[in-house]
Design a protein. Structure first.
Ligand code: EPU
Length: 417
């Protein structure tokens, strides 16, 4: 199995190009199924394992997927000849739940294995199912797969019990071809939710309100192919911003939407770092002392759960006590055991990590238990004394494109072996 080997101590300096958002791309690819005519050409797609997995699932359904270059895909969904998505790839990843909404909308039936994904807590899909049923679908779970069918889908009002990125996107997808209007309330407002709405509208859908608390979807007769470019990845950007501060570096992140990074920038500034916004770039640097701070994760526009783990590494290396309260996932502090092996002083009580900053972390052999834990350990390796070896890096490859190349370009001593 491959490992990342990092020799810590170099400050990150230079420019890094941020890729398209993983959590947008993983919804756009299944949503492309809705095009019963024409082809979808999607650009700025991150070259990550989760996307490769979705390409394979689309092909297994009969779609034609053509890689135009490492970041552009052409999807022809006219050739889909089965609604049965039950492969190892479907089981492996979380976002395969979007095939339920997309196949249901276009073919009025689907059989999709229950999704997998990072082991960060209980990950129910009850809100997705409640929404599909409200649109008129019949749902059963048998032999580990969701069976869903509907004579027709009819628009209705759906008020979600919890704010869910996945359920919001899945119901937007499912309602695009329903009769009448669907109103979704208590929805997620993440940039990737807005991106999926924009993509569906480019295909001919009529969706209004994405990015606010209420989304209205007026059903249309059919959707067609379109050309689209994925929104920049707020989480990849956040990870590089945090790594820059942790290494006391000076980095310009290009191809970002600074507004999407506000909650992360605010916390870095509160710690004592500098963040300068350009039109589609941010410069992050450190020119003075840093101090510990408190963070509570929340749905957008709050502090994203997906950068909480990298932030934990940074806070473990600055003076003073910091708290991180994780409100979205009940089991997202697994990186802490690994950081402790490197000398961090962190105590987890329930959903809160209590972090006492130490002067140095020291390199050792650590394991990436999940995607963002992996990113947290890469940052730990960048600041640690000596060599850090990270195993289970397939988790990192699921969501960060060419992570070692990007950090190497910024001056890090990191290789894959
Ligand atoms: N929830 C329910 N019922 C549901 C759906 C969600 O109770 O039917 C709960 C979850 O248990 C959780 C909360 O609602 O406590 C939020 O879950 P959400 O549905 O928003 O999460 P998700 O769609 O499964 C996506 C991202 C995650 C990210 C979360 C929150 C994808 C593929 N995954 O997951 O990304 O943490 O939203 O922003 O989009 C990551 O990229 O590392 C990652 C885990």
């Amino acid at each position: 199995m491959e490992k990342l080997i990092i020799n810590g101590g170099s400050s990150l300096r230079g420019e890094v190009e941020i890729n398209g958002a993983k959590n947008a791309a993983v919804a756009l690819l299944p949503a492309a199924i809705l095009a019963s005519e024409g082809k979808c050409v999607i650009d700025n797609v991150p070259d990550i394992e989760d996307v490769h997995c979705l390409e394979r699932i689309l092909k297994s359904l009969g779609a034609k997927v053509n890689k135009l270059n490492s970041n552009a895909l052409e999807i022809n969904a006219q050739t889909i000849d089965t609604v049965n998505a039950c492969t190892e790839d479907v089981r492996r990843m979380r976002a395969s739940y979007y095939f339920i909404g997309a196949l249901l909308a276009r073919f009025k039936e689907a059989r999709v294995e229950l999704p997998g994904g990072c082991p960060i807590g209980v990950r129910p899909i009850d809100q997705h199912i409640k929404g599909f049923e409200a649109l008129g679908a019949k749902v059963s779970i048998e032999h580990g797969a969701v069976n869903i069918m509907a004579e027709k889908l009819v628009g209705t009002n759906i008020f979600f019990d919890v704010v869910s990125v996945g359920a919001t996107i899945n119901l937007m997808i499912a309602a695009t071809l329903a009769e009448g209007t669907t109103t979704l309330e208590n929805v997620a407002k993440e940039p990737h939710v807005v991106d999926v709405a924009n993509f569906l509208n480019s295909m001919g859908a009529d969706i209004k309100g994405a990015g606010t608390d209420v989304i209205k979807i007026r059903g249309v007769e059919k959707l067609s192919g379109c050309n689209y470019s994925v929104v920049p990845d707020q989480i990849e950007a956040g990870t590089f911003m945090i790594a820059t501060v942790a290494t006391k570096g000076d980095v310009v992140l290009k191809n970002v939407i600074p507004k999407h990074l506000d909650s992360i920038s605010a916390k870095l500034i509160e710690m004592g770092a500098k963040v300068e916004e350009g039109d589609d770039s941010v410069r992050v640097y450190v020119d003075g002392p840093l101090k510990g701070i408190n963070i509570k994760t929340a749905p957008y526009p709050g502090f994203p759960t997906d950068v909480q783990q990298p932030m934990c590494t940074l806070l473990s290396s600055v003076p003073g006590r910091s708290l991180i309260v994780e409100t979205i996932w009940e089991n997202r502090h697994k990186h802490v055991d690994e950081l402790e092996k490197m000398g961090a002083q962190i105590k987890v009580e329930g959903r809160t990590a209590i972090i006492d900053g130490v002067e140095t972390l020291t390199g050792t052999l650590v394991n990436a238990t999940d995607l963002r834990a992996g990113a947290a350990l890469v940052i730990a390796g960048l600041i640690a004394e000596g060599e850090t070896q990270i195993t289970s890096i397939e988790h990192i490859d699921r969501g960060y494109p060419h992570i070692e190349d990007k950090f190497k370009k910024l001056g890090a001593k990191i290789t894959r072996r």
